[in-house]
Write a protein that binds this ligand. Structure first.
Ligand SMILES: Cc1cc2nc3c(=O)[nH]c(=O)nc-3n(C[C@H](O)[C@H](O)[C@H](O)COP(=O)(O)OP(=O)(O)OC[C@H]3O[C@@H](n4cnc5c(N)ncnc54)[C@H](O)[C@@H]3O)c2cc1C
Ligand code: FES
Length: 279
């Protein structure tokens, strides 16, 4: 059995600069030991601690699909000490990974349901993992209709453009990409995510809504979903509290009696309503 505190060695195989500002990059890692890769089996919505020796660790959601067994991807915004050091690394450099941690999205409930994804900014990462998982030919038949409403501040801030282009050609996916403000080249939707959600008005019938994004987007999207008939049990959020150990030991991430790292980071809106408003 692996020591849960011990990061497993990986190598950066590829990096993709996702946005115009250049401060959001996707890192593709390959585990050095096949046994470590085999042990890293995850559910969409889980996260891992990325470890840089002599620098520190930080929790990052897993952005690739569990169907991609050869590699694992994380999309990271440059914020502070660890993420800046990570952005300086190049292909071939080593990074430690420990995890996966957290509960992930409720895949049992999602199977057989219609799925409505409401996402803003770079918080799209774990929902991108989920989308690619659901769209995989081995899985697609197990899920109902998929609607995605994804927005960013500007066209240059949209991430996973290569996935968005691919998804736009599919007829089993209802994709709405919007920006707060367009530019000369932008011919798509312009508007905030909650108002596009209101216009698209996805049916709440046998549906679960997964919401990830900046707090203001979540705050204005939830009333729209409630108005459309989604119950608090059918609205699912992922939280990004500050964390340390990631595994329910240090008590840095608790909200009331819940550890976000262990009991979450995925909670239904009904569960969040029962917690102190510290998130
Ligand atoms: C479950 C989970 C999943 C996450 N997934 C992603 C992801 O997919 N991609 C990604 O880029 N980031 C993600 N984050 C956020 C990421 O963990 C932080 O940005 C990172 O820890 C910052 O580390 P740092 O050492 O670079 O910054 P620090 O030097 O520690 O801090 C830099 C600045 O960022 C602020 N900060 C640090 N952590 C957080 C946080 N969790 N919430 C709000 N402010 C914070 C600090 O207050 C400070 O102002 C996730 C966080 C959690 C808990
Ligand atoms: S981060 Fe240590 S208990 Fe959650």
């Amino acid at each position: 059995m692996q020591n849960p505190y011990e990061p497993q060695m990986t190598v950066i195989e590829k990096t993709i600069t996702e946005n115009q500002a250049g401060d959001i990059r996707t890192f593709q890692f390959r585990f050095r030991e096949q046994a470590a890769r085999d042990a890293f089996q995850f559910v969409c919505g889980q996260f891992a601690e990325l470890s840089l020796w002599g620098v520190g660790e930080c929790p990052i959601g897993i952005a690739s699909s569990p169907m991609d067994q050869d590699f694992v991807q994380f999309t990271v915004k440059r914020m502070g000490v660890v993420t800046t050091a990570l952005h300086r690394l190049r292909e071939g450099n080593a990074v430690g990974i420990r995890g996966p941690y957290g509960n992930g999205y409720p895949m049992d409930r999602l199977a057989g349901s219609n799925i409505v994804i409401v996402a803003g900014g770079f918080a799209f990462t774990t929902l991108r993992s989920l989308t690619n998982y659901v769209l995989h030919p081995d899985n697609r038949a197990r899920f109902g209709k998929v609607t995605i409403i994804y927005g960013a501040r500007s066209p240059g801030e949209l991430i996973y453009k290569y996935d968005l282009e691919r998804w736009a050609t599919r007829d089993d996916l209802d994709l709405h990409v919007t920006v707060d403000a367009g530019d000369d080249s932008w011919t798509g939707l312009v508007g905030y995510v909650p108002s596009v959600l209101k216009d698209v008005a996805p049916s709440a019938d046998n549906a679960l809504a997964l919401v990830c994004g900046p707090p203001i987007m979540i705050r204005f999207s939830i009333p729209v979903l409630l108005e459309l008939g989604f119950t608090p049990e059918c609205i699912i959020n992922s939280l990004e509290m500050r964390m340390k150990c990631g595994m329910g030991k240090c008590g840095r991430c608790n909200i009331g009696g819940k550890y976000v790292c262990k009991d979450g980071p995925v909670f239904t809106y009904a569960e969040l309503q029962a917690l102190p408003a510290e998130y």
